[in-house]
Design a protein around this ligand. Structure first.
Ligand code: NI
Length: 170
């Protein structure tokens, strides 16, 4: 099922999410499946639960954009345990459509998370996967990529979005 993606301005996007406490339920599995479908349907490589209005620490990622089923990742209550290096690259967000900006991120990260059954695992990623992991985990803490931009750039984007809201185009 395709879910509605919340856009910048919706308070759920800037609210830290609660940890997931119930595992192994059909409901949780369905939520993750719907999030993958919504992410693919919107040509994204990551989607976090608050983006569909669920304030829970759950995110789905697939940097292969559906090409490689082994690239599908579900991260629940994730925590970055190590970071290495730096990368500067363009980043966008399904909740801030039409805006892309360069964001500095760690080049490589290692993350510890729980899967849909509540089983702990660790995964490591670099380049685009590292960027997606950092972007999505930020979402779970109520942080949007705009927060990583200079105040000047951030204000410019905010003003453009305010105009779109006024015009009924957001
Ligand atoms: Ni995003």
């Amino acid at each position: 099922m395709l879910l509605t993606i919340r856009k910048y301005g919706d308070p759920v996007l800037e609210t830290p999410c609660e940890q997931v406490a119930d595992f192994g339920s059909a409901e949780l599995r369905q939520l993750a499946a719907n999030m993958f479908e919504t992410m693919y349907g919107n040509k994204g490589v990551g989607l976090a639960a608050p983006q569909i209005g669920v304030s829970k620490q759950l995110t789905v990622i697939d940097v292969s954009a559906g090409e490689d089923s082994s690239a599908k990742l579900v991260l629940i209550n994730p925590e970055i345990v190590s970071r290495e290096g730096q990368q500067l690259g363009e980043e966008g967000c399904l909740s801030i459509p039409g805006f892309r900006e360069d964001v500095r991120r760690a080049m490589k990260v290692r993350v510890r998370a729980l899967d849909l059954d509540g089983k702990e695992f660790e995964v490591e990623g670099d380049e685009l996967l590292a960027r997606a992991i950092q972007h999505e985990i930020d979402h779970l803490h109520g942080i949007l990529f705009l927060k990583h931009l200079s105040p000047l750039k951030r204000d410019l984007i905010r003003r453009k979005i305010a105009k779109l809201v006024k015009a009924g185009e957001w």
